[in-house]
Design a protein around this ligand. Structure first.
Ligand code: HEM
Ligand code: HEM
Length: 175
């Protein structure tokens, strides 16, 4: 019921998958608006949600990874060799993208209290340039790469149902 079985993903896996898919959709809307409509009222309205949503996704991503490891022996078997590699890449970016932003945040030396929780106290003196530069270089770029991978992932689900005759969606859907 909560755990997966060989014919479908369990309730916890499905909750994490679809809950995070909704959060990712919202997160890419904030990122897209930041990119396409900078310095507008629309950006003003949505960009404030990017960091809290990102922190929530970071926590959920780590919990999901741990759950996937524990649940793995019970999960439906892959239909081909590429799918587990694709899912692994999704996990890698799901964790790396917010981690790079959090490292950049830490390196800036500014205090950081998402949801009022004092996560980073901040520090005096110069910023840690290695961390801020790394985040500046990679966070947004890898974020867009994650979006591309997600679109490919959705494309593969559709393709497997249409051309391959394999209803993978049934394994991730509530009944
Ligand atoms: C999984 C979670 C996250 C995703 C998918 C994501 C995605 C993105 C993307 C695609 C951009 C580029 C927007 C552009 O090109 O204008 C971006 C920018 C940004 N993100 Fe995130 N983000 C996430 C988490 C976070 C977190 C946790 C923080 C803060 C601690 C953060 C802070 C920022 C900032 C300050 C920018 C603007 C500077 C830059 O482009 O690097 N993000 N994010
Ligand atoms: C409309 C959006 C989406 C659809 C229709 C969809 C569909 C599916 C389906 C059918 C599976 C099961 C594949 C199998 O049986 O092997 C799956 C698994 C998976 N999906 Fe998605 N997905 C969507 C969005 C996302 C997003 C946004 C992410 C995260 C970045 C994601 C990450 C994964 C991962 C990592 C798995 C492997 C199982 C797990 O560990 O959760 N998916 N998806």
């Amino acid at each position: 019921m909560n755990s997966s079985t060989p014919d479908r993903y369990g309730r916890i896996s499905r909750l994490l998958h679809w809950g995070m898919a909704a959060l990712f959709a919202a997160q890419f809307i904030t990122a897209g608006v930041h990119f396409v409509f900078p310095d507008t009222a629309l950006e003003e309205a949505v960009w404030g949600a990017h960091v809290p949503l990102g922190v929530l996704l970071a926590v959920a991503g780590v919990l999901r990874g741990l759950w996937a490891l524990a649940d793995r022996p019970r999960r439906p078997a892959a239909w081909n060799r590429a799918a587990p590699l694709g899912h692994l890449a999704l996990y890698a970016l799901m964790v790396a993208v917010p981690a790079l932003a959090l490292l950049r945040q830490y390196g800036s030396g500014r205090p950081f209290s998402p949801f009022g929780i004092p996560l980073m106290p901040g520090f005096e003196g110069d910023e840690i340039e290695g961390l801020t530069a790394l985040g500046g270089l990679l966070h947004g770029e890898l974020g867009w790469a994650l979006l591309a991978l997600i679109l490919g992932h959705i494309g593969m689900v559709v393709w497997h149902r249409r051309a391959g005759g394999q209803d993978v969606l049934a394994r991730m859907r509530a009944r």
